[in-house]
Ligand binder design. Structure first.
Ligand code: ADP
Ligand code: MG
Length: 696
């Protein structure tokens, strides 16, 4: 029986509820989620070599006979080492496994196996470090090819995902391509089926590249089309209740402890005149980290409330919602403002939620802080007229559809620190008017940076200890959440938050309070840790990039990033923006685990500049097309595969294609494009409706 994209993941034979739960952890619920769970990287499988030819630090496969049975030693609590010796005609080598005593049930003396893994020197002997046991069938299938490396989670191996992927792809009917052939020809794109096989199971690099191009193109295309729909809708929207200018806003500006920069003033004027006009505001405020966007948003909220309406302040994380809420509480107290704020987040108890929602619908509060759940769930407003979205434009698109469906017509103000060159911004923010805060407050001390290799760690720890002793705080960023054997591959070790925290506890003085934070923790725990950190009950916070956006703890002066080579420059710049927010000198230490020249050159850009726009354009220039999967991009504009910087050319193509398609549809179809139907549904339903694809 054929599978459908919308089927739950349990439609694959061998995946029951228990395994499905692991998939849910990776945000994979349906077959569609699975086949768009693209490889994070690929490994090239080379042929079997003789033990005599093994090279230290390389990944090799050997075919060898076990000459000793696996022996397990318990070296400390929760840590065992299992070793054995194997041989082939050319020599012997040792094999070592950590915490895998059960391997003895799979390896028997006198039998031959294929082992594949990294070669190390241990006690001066050539040793294979935790190799995979590969069946001859699997080896034959993979040798000479690029083998996908999927993002995994505890309980779910790459092998398991690969197997599920094959079943899903074979079970689906992928012949129906929603990008018609003439368009595929014009933009040199393979068809859907070929692209999906080519991204998951490519024979070679070229096949993977072209497949990826098609899938990126498609992601961009749908995104741009949905933006075009929104833009069309927005220009038709009339503001039936223009606001009036409020003197108290100017008073507030004048009583702030600092003077607004000229750029802030200019942007505020633009917002003010939007809200007073007869059209709805759809505005993006773009400004580098630390340029002072929050106060501009607060002014807009204040103006809305003074006009007797409600305003919502939406942010991507609960932690950030809480932070904004508390800083507004402070303002209210300080200046005696008539704002009545509430905080609505997932970690409230059911009873608290009910009470807050009641206040929102009754209008007894006028500023509502929360995550995007604010306008999705069963929240009804008394009179919502302004939605501020901080740091989350990608959500913005969908959110506005939701708002439109709810029949609410608020002004929209989107705040973003993602530094995007103008040409890209015009495409990605095509539905918005753009204001730019292109100036930082004058009183800032520039952050001191260094880019170093792992040898520098000891010094870095001493430095952190010194800053902490002086009453400052530090962040340490690791790319992974927890240790994962599958991820070792032929790449440098990726530091993980859980183990690293222990490592730091061992390295730093006992008095230093260290805690960790990552995206897989529950919201309550995350909030708690963030509050403790903000209250300075924690000195060093080891975290994944969840703290990347918006977090404001001015007492933090050190940002140390491990595996800096794994992150995009724009994202590193964003991370750096978490320090240097107070009056103390701040420092940023980027530790790279590779000393390859191009990586170092790329990271050095951060050393030379603190300007987000310059950094993102350099990032684009330095990251060649060969670098497809190695780098993580920043949280915003996170497409599954596409990277707005590196795939700028594809983005441009998709933009052209989208314009052509849009015009063709609008001029040929009686059915107007409707934002309530996903574009691809529309696309499929109307495919045969007379659009001449050959000529567009
Ligand atoms: P971002 O643009 O990254 O969101 P914030 O709005 O969080 O930046 O502002 C960062 C810090 O700068 C805050 O502590 C804020 O109070 C302060 N700030 C904002 N505007 C000014 C200004 N014109 N002069 C001095 N400090 C400012
Ligand atoms: Mg901000």
């Amino acid at each position: 029986m054929l599978m459908q994209l919308s089927d739950p993941i349990t439609a694959i034979s061998g995946i029951g509820e228990k395994t499905a739960a692991y998939y849910h952890k990776l945000n994979i619920n349906t077959i569609h989620d699975l086949i768009t769970h693209y490889p994070r990287d690929y490994e090239k499988w080379c042929d079997i070599v003789n033990i005599g030819e093994l090279q230290v630090d390389h990944i090799h496969a050997i075919r060898a006979v076990a000459v000793s049975a696996p022996q397990t030693a318990h070296i400390r609590k929760n840590m065992s080492v299992t070793t054995l010796r194997v041989k082939d005609a050319s020599g012997t080598c040792d094999i070592i496994y950590f915490n895998m005593p059960y391997i003895k049930n799979s390896i028997f003396v006198g039998k031959q196996y294929i082992f594949r893994g990294r070669v190390i020197l241990k006690n001066n002997r050539i040793t294979m470090d935790q190799p995979k046991l590969v069946s001859p069938h699997e080896f034959a299938q993979n040798v000479g090819r690029l083998v996908p490396v999927y993002p995994v989670t505890k309980g779910l191996s790459i092998a398991a995902i690969t197997k599920a992927m094959r079943s899903a792809m074979n079970g689906l009917d992928l012949d129906n391509d929603y990008i018609p052939e003439p368009l595929r020809k014009k933009y040199h794109l393979p068809d859907l089926k070929s692209a999906l096989y080519g991204i998951h199971f490519p024979e070679n690099h070229d096949r993977m590249t072209i497949s990826r191009k098609r899938l990126v193109f498609e992601e961009f295309l749908f995104f741009i089309i949905s933006i075009m729909i929104l833009r069309d809708m927005a220009t038709q929207e009339i503001n039936d209740a223009p606001m009036i200018r409020i003197d108290a806003c100017q008073d507030l500006i004048e009583t702030l402890p600092y003077k607004l920069t000229d750029a802030q003033k200019k942007v505020w004027t633009e917002i003010e005149s939007d809200m007073c006009s007869t059209h709805l505001m759809n505005r993006l405020v773009q400004g580098d980290v630390g340029s002072g966007k929050t106060i501009i948003a607060v002014l807009a909220v204040f103006m809305c409330v003074m006009n007797h309406h409600q305003a919502a302040f939406m942010v991507p994380t609960e932690v950030l919602a809480k932070q904004h809420y508390e800083s507004v509480l402070e303002l209210i107290e300080q200046y005696n403002l008539p704002l009545k704020p509430v905080l609505l987040t997932g970690s409230l108890t059911a009873k608290e939620k009910r009470r807050v929602k009641e206040r929102i619908i009754l209008g007894t509060c006028n500023v509502i802080f929360g995550t995007q759940a604010l306008i999705q769930e069963d929240v009804d407003f008394y009179d919502l007229r302004l939605v501020v979205m901080d740091e989350q434009h990608r959500f913005g698109v969908k959110q506005r559809e939701t708002l439109a469906q709810k029949g609410i017509q608020p002004h929209i103000l989107v705040m973003s620190a993602t530094p995007i060159p103008r040409t890209l911004a015009l495409i990605l923010y095509g539905d918005l008017d753009i204001s730019v805060i292109d100036e930082l407050p004058a009183n800032r001390l520039p952050i001191k940076n260094c880019v170093v290799n792992t040898d520098y760690r000891k010094k870095a720890y001493e430095f952190i200890a010194k800053e902490v002793a002086n009453g400052r705080q530090a962040y340490v960023i690791c790319p992974m959440v927890e240790a994962n054997e599958e991820l070792m591959g032929d790449q440098p070790v990726l530091e993980n938050v859980v183990d690293y925290t222990q490592k730091l506890k061992d390295a730093l003085p006992e008095t230093v309070r260290i805690a960790f934070l990552h995206g897989q923790m529950n919201p309550k725990a995350k909030n708690y840790i963030m509050e403790e950190y903000a209250a300075h009950h924690i000195d060093v916070l080891v975290s994944t990039t969840v703290i990347e956006v918006g977090i404001n703890v001015p007492n933090a002066t050190v940002m140390l990033v491990e595996n800096a080579e794994r992150f995009g420059l724009a994202q590193l710049h964003q991370l750096r923006g978490r320090v240097g927010r107070g009056k103390e000198q701040s420092y940023c230490i980027f530790i790279s685990s590779t000393s390859q020249n191009d990586t170092m050159e790329r990271l050095q850009v951060l050393n030379r500049s603190n300007d987000g726009f310059f950094i993102s354009s350099e990032d684009m220039r330095l990251r060649g097309p060969g670098d497809l999967f190695g780098i993580r991009q920043s949280g915003q504009f996170q497409f599954q595969l596409g990277d707005i910087y590196q795939d700028a050319k594809i983005l441009q193509d998709a933009q052209n294609c989208a314009s052509e398609l849009y015009t063709a549809y609008v001029s040929h179809n009686k059915t107007p494009i409707d934002a309530h139907i996903p574009f691809w549904t529309y696309f499929e339903e109307n495919m045969a409706s007379g659009v001449d694809f050959v000529n567009i």
